[in-house]
Design a protein around this ligand. Structure first.
Ligand code: HEC
Length: 167
């Protein structure tokens, strides 16, 4: 009986040591440079987090263009691509699809914004929404279906201020 207790105690402390070791590796301040870099990598935003900002930027791009705030539309689209690039780095497996989505759909929106062409923008926007959702299906996330909300993702910015895109 005593022997069994000793064995279980040893097993538990072994497990505790293992958990402790795993914890230690996930410390951004202590450990080898590689361990600290790995810990930093682990806490970078994955696609789930990135996509929330992507969706907000994409929504805002629409409302800025609709309101004739072309400078803001250009800015929101640029920021969407920047957060997309974060996703490409943290989830390299999806990088080729993200890039082909960008060049297949967002490049045309960028041109529409530069030309301040709302009619063409609307058509390309609908195509881009279909592109977003096609990728969700392709990556096994068919339950994620983007739909344009009735208003911009934030109401503390004036999306209707008339401005021109930067040339
Ligand atoms: C690489 C293909 C791909 C493209 C292109 C793509 N997505 Fe995603 N999206 C994903 C994946 C993968 C997930 C699930 C992420 C996860 O499981 O961590 C996701 C999740 C989401 C989510 C759910 C986020 C959450 O956690 O609540 C939203 C919203 C979203 N995408 C919006 C968009 C919008 C808007 C576009 C187009 C402008 C877009 N996505 C384009 C792959 C893509």
């Amino acid at each position: 009986m005593k022997r069994r207790l000793l064995i279980s105690l040893l097993a538990i402390s072994g497990l505790a040591l293992f958990v402790f070791a795993a914890d230690k590796a996930m410390d951004i301040y202590n450990g080898t440079l590689e361990e600290r870099v790995n810990a930093l990598a682990k806490i970078q935003p994955g696609l789930g987090t990135v996509m929330i900002e992507y969706g907000n930027r994409f929504t805002n791009t629409y409302y800025a263009a609709k309101g004739g705030n072309w400078g803001m539309a250009q800015y929101q689209l640029k920021e969407a691509v920047e957060i997309q690039e974060v996703g490409e780095i943290t989830r390299p497996k999806n990088a080729p699809m993200l890039r082909s989505f960008e060049h297949g759909y967002l490049d045309t929106l960028k041109a529409d914004i530069e030309n301040k062409d709302w009619a063409s923008f609307q058509q390309h926007y609908d195509a881009a929404v279909a592109g977003c959702n096609a990728c969700h299906v392709a990556t096994g996330h068919a339950y994620v279906e983007f739909q344009l909300p009735p208003a911009p993702a934030m109401d503390y910015v004036n999306f209707n201020k008339k401005t021109d895109p930067a040339k």
